[in-house]
Design a protein around this ligand. Structure first.
Ligand code: NAD
Ligand code: IPM
Ligand code: MN
Length: 354
C-alpha cells in the first residue's frame, strides 16, 4: 500500500521523539513492502515563530489530505505568556477539531520488565490492560471562554450526539476485548455529566446489551486506577477528565514517556501522538523517551493503515528492547541510561530482518 503521512514535530522534545517515530515507520516500511510518503509541517510554537500562527493553513490542509498524522508535542515557556494572543496548544486543539478526531484511544498496558519503574507495587500492576477512550473535540476545551480583569469563564457543553459517538467507539472496542466499560463522569455535580451518564445507560442498553457498563465518579475513578487498575477494561470519559486520568495512569506503566495515543474520526483517519508534552525541563538534551511516539506510530499502522501485523511487530520490538534492559532515564536507566536515539536504535534492532 501507499500512504501519505504528515509528521508534525512541534516544540521542545517534540522534534526529538518525532524523528524516532518517523525512523520507526521507515524501518517498518522496509519490512512489509509498503510505501509511506512522509512530509513534515509546522505546528505549535515552531509555527508561531515562522508564520505567526499555531496552525498555519498549509499544515491544516496537508493534514486534512493525509492518511494519518504523527505529532510530537507543542508548547513551552517561550510561548506561555498569559497575555499572548496566540498559543501553541490552540494549534493542536484546532487541528483536532479540523480533523474531527473525537475519540482519543490511550492504551495503558503494564509490562513486567517495567514494574520497577512504577511507584506502585508489582502485585497491583500485574495484568493491567486498560483502553482509555477520551472524548477529544468537545467539553470545556472547546466551550466559550471569557476574560475580564477580575473574572474568567470556561463553558462546558456536550451535545448528546457527541457523547453517543464516543461511547459507541468504547462499546465497539470492548467487544474486541473483555466486554466491560467503565464510564467516568461527575454526575453528582455537573449537568454535562448527568447527560453523559443517562446517554451511556440508554445507549448501552439498546446497542451493547452484551457489554457490562459501570459508572464511576471521576474523583473515585482516580483512586480506583491506583487501588485496582487490573479490574478495568475500557474506560470512557469526557475530554478533561480523560486528559488528567491518563497522565495519572501513565505511572502504572512507569513513565509519561511510555504512553501512546490515537485520535480517530469517523473515517478512522487519525492523529497520533504520545500523551506527554514538550517537556521543557529536558528538551534539547537528547534524553527523552521515544517509546510513547514509537508506540503511537504502531497505533497509526493499526488504526489508519490497517497494518495490524506490522503494528504488533513494532509494539513487540519496544517491549523486547525494554525487557532486554534498554532504558532511558525516566524508566530507570540510572547511570547507564540511553539517550533518545540510542533507545530507538535498541528498539529497531529488535525488528525482524527486512
Ligand atoms: P510534559 O508532559 O511536557 O512533562 C511532564 C514531565 O514528564 C516532565 O518532567 C517531563 O520531563 C517528563 N516527560 C514528558 N515526556 C517525557 C519523555 N518522553 N521522556 C522523559 N520524560 C518525559 O508536561 P508539562 O511540563 O506540564 O508541559 C510542558 C508543555 O507541554 C506545556 O506547554 C503543555 O501545554 C505542553 N503539552 C503538550 C502536549 C501535546 O502537545 N500533546 C501534551 C501535554 C502538554
Ligand atoms: C494532551 C495535552 C493537550 C490536552 C494540551 C496540550 C492541549 O495535555 O494531549 O494530553 O490537554 O489535550
Ligand atoms: Mn495531557
Amino acid at each position: 500500500m501507499e500512504a501519505l503521512i504528515v509528521a508534525l514535530p512541534g516544540d521542545g522534545i517534540g522534534p526529538e521523539v518525532t524523528a524516532e517515530g518517523v525512523r520507526a515507520l521507515r524501518a517498518v516500511e522496509r519490512l512489509g513492502g509498503h510505501r509511506f510518503q512522509i512530509v513534515e509541517a509546522l505546528i505549535g510554537g515552531a509555527a508561531i515563530d515562522a508564520t505567526g500562527e499555531a496552525l498555519p493553513e498549509a499544515t491544516r490542509s496537508a493534514c486534512s489530505g493525509a492518511d494519518a498524522v504523527l505529532l510530537g508535542a507543542v508548547g513551552g515557556p517561550k510561548w506561555s505568556d498569559p497575555s499572548a494572543s496566540v498559543r501553541p496548544e490552540q494549534g493542536l486543539l484546532d487541528l483536532r477539531a479540523a480533523l474531527g478526531v473525537y475519540a482519543n484511544l490511550r492504551p495503558v498496558v503494564t509490562h513486567p520488565a517495567l514494574y520497577d519503574a512504577s511507584p506502585l507495587r508489582p502485585e497491583r500492576l500485574a495484568g493491567v490492560d486498560i483502553m482509555v477512550v477520551r472524548e477529544l473535540t468537545g467539553g470545556i476545551y472547546f466551550g466559550k471562554k471569557e476574560r475580564g480583569p477580575d473574572f474568567a469563564t470556561d463553558v462546558c457543553t456536550y451535545q448528546r450526539g457527541e457523547i453517543e459517538r464516543v461511547l459507541r467507539m468504547a462499546g465497539e472496542l470492548a467487544r474486541q476485548r473483555r466486554r466491560r466499560v467503565v464510564s467516568v463522569d461527575k454526575a453528582n455535580v455537573l449537568e454535562t455529566s448527568r447527560l453523559w451518564r443517562s446517554t451511556a445507560t440508554t445507549l448501552f442498553t439498546s446497542e451493547f446489551p452484551d457489554i457490562e457498563l459501570e459508572h464511576l465518579l471521576v474523583d473515585a475513578a482516580a483512586m480506583h486506577l491506583l487501588s485496582r487498575p487490573a479490574d478495568f477494561d475500557v474506560m470512557v470519559t469526557e475530554n478533561m477528565f480523560g486528559d488528567i486520568l491518563t497522565d495519572e495512569a501513565s505511572m502504572l506503566v512507569g513513565s509519561l514517556g511510555m504512553l501512546p495515543s490515537a485520535a480517530l474520526n469517523q473515517e478512522r483517519r487519525g492523529l497520533y501522538e504520545p500523551i506527554h508534552g514538550s517537556a521543557p525541563d529536558i528538551a534539547g538534551r537528547g534524553i527523552a523517551n521515544p517509546c510513547g511516539t514509537i508506540l503511537s506510530a504502531a497505533l497509526l499502522l493499526r488504526h489508519s493503515l490497517g497494518l495490524e501485523d506490522l503494528a504488533v511487530v513494532l509494539e513487540q520490538a519496544v517491549f523486547a528492547a525494554v525487557s532486554a534492559g534498554h532504558r532511558t532515564g525516566d524508566i530507570g536507566g540510572g547511570a547507564t541510561a540511553l539517550g533518545t536515539r540510542a533507545m530507538a536504535d535498541a528498539i529497531l534492532a529488535e525488528l525482524p530482518a527486512g
